[in-house]
Design a protein. Structure first.
Length: 385
């Protein structure tokens, strides 16, 4: 049990999901639908809460990374279609049947194993075939030199695995580099060639889908049955510095906040935190804040003048960030006191602290920053924007 707003917390504005879903819908063709990717606890935003908010917007299909994540949705009343985007080990095949889940076919030997299991247990398991057009992670390889369409035919011919869809995944859809643009275009061609070859042989490919968030932003005109956004309904991209082809207006749904626990004055020359890397050059007022790297704040933000918000103004982190606490220089701020709220991500009095700034300063992408926010942080849900 987590007490709300006890020391540090994340606020999730579910009302903004509806706005973000509409922004996605404005980009894509009318016929295409949205598969909400809620893997990794919806990148830390809360899988069940996000799935419910997405369902309220008409989203009828969800993608997760594992059978455990899918079961968590089912146990919390999410009854839409669920695709497991990754591998399910054979010892958990029974859960696919029990919870009515759709399994991704990693490769042909894996599909055969699943088919044998279903036959032995006298059931039919729903699956989507994965076509590997260039990511080289999972899927039947359908690339120039190794175009294994026959393996896909074999999957579709299975009696106890019902292949009701097929998908692929982009590896550089975020890039505007000439070579990367060519690579992505080729991935699209290969996927289309697979669909054409299946249809020419009288095989119905079923539900088709290809685009993740950057696939939607940079290739919005592609027309498959579904698109698979994660980040976009959360209102962010991986990295705001990356140029995109479209101009949507997304609203970030997550804020990260913590309490000031103590305020004191340092003398010139006094140090702050482990390693004594910060030394006061003047009389300095310090606020201690109850959030640290165990909550998912990157320790890399230490000692680089990284700014967070207090009273609607920007203040700097000083000294090493600790596991559960960190310190701010609040010399210029009046009336700072215990219980004041510090905003690490979000809005405070018109000022904005973005997850993007945090990611850039810690040399990673927003996907990683968001998914690292720990289970220790209570998530507080707001229904309206
Ligand atoms: C994670 C994932 C997505 C969603 O990616 P975003 O960049 O967050 O939109 C889509 N498809 C697959 C296969 C994924 O693994």
């Amino acid at each position: 049990m987590l007490l709300s707003k006890s020391r540090a917390w994340a606020e999730i504005d579910l009302g903004r999901i509806a706005h973000n879903v509409e922004e996605v819908r404005k980009l894509i063709p009318k016929q295409s639908k949205i598969m909400g990717i809620v893997k990794a606890n919806a990148y830390g935003h809360g899988d069940v809460e996000c799935a419910r908010a997405l369902q309220a917007c008409g989203v009828d299909f969800f993608g997760v990374s594992s059978v455990d994540e899918a079961m968590h949705l089912r146990m919390n009343g999410i009854d839409s279609k669920i695709l497991i985007l990754g591998y399910t080990p054979p010892e958990h095949f029974s859960q696919l049947v029990k919870y009515d889940l759709i399994q991704t076919l990693v490769d042909l030997p894996y599909a055969k194993k699943l088919d044998a299991y279903a036959q032995a247990n006298d059931c039919v398991i729903q699956a989507h075939a994965k076509a590997d057009t260039g990511m080289n992670r999972i899927g039947v390889v359908v690339q120039d030199e190794t175009y294994h369409i026959e393996e896909l035919f074999a999957m579709y011919a299975m009696k106890h695995v019902h292949v009701c869809g097929i998908f692929s995944h982009f590896s550089v859809s975020d890039s505007q580099d000439e070579d990367d643009l060519r690579y992505t275009r080729h991935q699209i061609e290969l996927f289309d060639r697979v669909l054409a070859d299946l249809r020419a042989a009288g095989v119905d490919p079923g539900t088709t889908h290809l685009q993740n968030s950057y696939g939607i932003l940079n290739y919005p005109d592609l027309c498959y049955d579904y698109v698979r956004p994660g980040l976009l309904y959360m209102g962010v991209t991986s990295d705001d510095a990356i140029k995109i082809n479209t101009d949507p207006h997304f609203l970030p749904i997550l804020s990260l906040k913590a309490n000031v626990t103590m305020v004191k004055w340092l003398h010139e020359g006094d140090s702050v935190s482990y390693g004594r890397h910060f030394r006061a050059k003047r009389k300095t007022k310090v606020a201690t804040v109850s959030i640290g790297y165990a909550d998912g704040v990157p320790r890399e933000l230490s000692n680089q003048d990284f700014e967070v918000l207090l009273h609607g103004r920007r203040v700097k982190i000083i000294g090493n960030i600790c596991m559960d606490q960190m310190m701010l220089d609040v010399t210029e701020e009046d009336d700072v006191k215990e219980g004041d709220i510090v905003t690490l991500i979000g809005e405070d009095g018109g000022a904005i602290a973005s997850v993007d700034a945090m990611s850039r300063a810690s040399h990673t992408i927003n996907n990683e920053t968001l998914t690292r926010f720990s289970v220790r942080l209570p998530r507080i849900y707001k229904k309206q924007g």
